[in-house]
Design a binder for this molecule. Structure first.
Ligand SMILES: Cc1cc2nc3c(=O)[nH]c(=O)nc-3n(C[C@H](O)[C@H](O)[C@H](O)COP(=O)(O)OP(=O)(O)OC[C@H]3O[C@@H](n4cnc5c(N)ncnc54)[C@H](O)[C@@H]3O)c2cc1C
Length: 421
């Protein structure tokens, strides 16, 4: 039997529009996402999890709702959401189906990074005009055909952590590039229409350099692209994050999602771009809390109306959950509001702190929720068990894993730029 949706249409917004002073656009977009999540994503979520299959039906419906183009600029046909509006919308979807929100994030990055973010970066006028022409090709595919882009980044070495150049290479050839390499954990593998890969342009006789990172949209059907490996993980099972192999794959110049050098500039000057994995887990934080309140009140649909709220231990646990949720929301909201080019050190440190907090608290809230609700709540017939497994994955996501956030926060707190012992 499929798990019942944890939440219903009456769910309150994660970020109340008045209290958090959302713009009318943000309020409308997040309300739309909440309705869509509750009615479309939640009833299907157990299926993708049980089968470890990609949520294809959800993508068809998201295309219809315009959500595949959420971050495509308005004058280029999309909804025109900026970083903050996107993050809050993604959190509302993550509340109802983690795997859909997480894979959608990979897709949306192909438009956010190439759209709003690039407007803040330095690009010579001619290159900017060419970039706009090229990105329209990608945007048209998304808007008209519902094309899905993924974001294979990880390779199993130090590159995804930002500590080395990507080992997947692109060699300049007549009319385009020849790509070789391997990506691991490539969510949407076998389901995306285009793989937005990060790779390093090869310059004969020179060592691979992070400055030469290219961001290329490779058609899934291009000769030389193969998907391999099993996918049977603990959580986020609907992401289908298998391995991707590239063997002498040719892509034309127009496959460039960013001009040469721009990804490096974005990663250096717009670091909040790496926070986009966190909204999904912000949504899970809220969902674990919502479930617990409903369960203790005897209001989870499809379960007997047994109330457990009268026990002081339950009340204390719910109080702890509420405190943790409010702390997480407040910090995360400030961090996504901070996002901008060239953030201050304080803003940068807050972004890492928020990422760490969301990823760790998602799992902690789910664990506390199961302990508090009790044995029946971890049955697969209820969604909390899935949230618990999904929530475990957040802290592992590069480049800002919980460990790497701690590393950087500790070091940068004690050392100013240029200081050594
Ligand atoms: C559900 C799911 C979906 C994913 N989807 C995608 C996707 O779509 N695209 C994608 O590119 N990746 C994706 N990933 C991969 C993810 O971002 C990480 O790359 C992956 O989890 C790393 O696993 P690993 O065992 O190779 O980690 P390792 O590289 O072995 O690292 C293990 C841990 O060591 C620490 N570490 C790593 N490098 C350093 C370093 N240089 N210095 C200090 N500490 C370090 C980190 O804390 C890391 O968690 C996904 C992962 C999951 C779980």
């Amino acid at each position: 039997m499929d798990a019942l949706p944890a939440t219903t249409l009456e769910d309150a917004p994660i970020f109340d529009a008045d209290a958090f002073r959302l713009t009318p656009f943000e309020a409308e977009l997040t309300a739309k996402a909440r309705r869509f999540g509750a009615t479309v994503l939640a009833p299907r979520a157990a299926r993708w999890d049980r089968e470890a299959t990609f949520p294809t039906d959800n993508y068809r419906d998201m295309h219809r709702e315009g959500l595949l183009g959420i971050c495509i600029p308005k004058d280029e046909g999309g909804l025109g959401a900026d970083f903050r509006a996107y993050c809050m919308t993604a959190a509302e979807l993550g509340r109802y189906c983690g795997a859909t929100a997480l894979t959608w994030n990979m897709h949306v990055c192909s438009t956010l990074w190439t759209g709003a973010l690039t407007e803040d970066l330095d690009i010579p006028a001619e290159a900017r005009a060419e970039h706009r022409r090229r990105r329209q090709i990608h945007y048209d595919r998304i808007l008209a055909d519902g094309a899905i882009y993924s974001q294979p980044f990880s390779e199993g070495g130090a590159a995804a952590a930002g500590a080395a150049a990507f080992g997947t290479t692109a060699k300049r050839v007549e009319g385009g590039f020849l790509i070789n390499g391997k990506k691991i954990f490539a969510s949407l593998a076998g389901h995306a229409n285009y793989y937005g890969i990060l790779c390093t342009e090869v310059h004969e006789g020179e060592k691979l350099s992070r400055r030469d990172t290219l961001y290329l949209g490779v058609p899934a059907t291009a000769p030389g692209v193969t998907v391999e490996g099993e996918w049977d993980p603990l959580g986020m099972r609907g992401t289908v994050s298998r391995n991707l192999l590239f063997k002498d794959v040719f892509v034309p110049d127009d496959a460039a999602l960013m001009p040469p050098g721009l990804y490096f500039q974005a990663a250096t000057r717009w670091p909040h771009m790496f926070m986009t994995l966190s909204p999904t887990y912000m949504g899970i934080c809220q969902a674990a809390y919502d479930f617990t309140v409903k369960y203790l009140r005897g209001e989870v649909p499809g379960t007997p109306p047994v109330k457990r709220r009268m026990y002081p231990t339950k009340q204390i646990a719910v109080a702890q959950m509420r405190i943790m949720l409010e702390q997480t929301k407040a910090l995360w909201f400030q961090a996504i509001t901070d996002a901008r080019p060239d953030p201050s050190k304080e803003q940068m440190m807050r972004a890492l702190t928020a990422q760490y907090t969301v990823m760790e608290n998602a799992n902690a809230l789910c664990a506390l929720a199961i302990r508090t609700c009790g044995g029946q709540s971890m049955l697969k017939s209820l969604p909390l068990e899935r949230m618990y497994r999904d929530s475990r994955c957040g802290a592992l996501m590069l480049p800002w894993t919980a460990e790497l956030c701690l590393d950087r926060l500790g070091r940068d707190t004690l050392y100013e730029k240029g200081e050594v012992d």
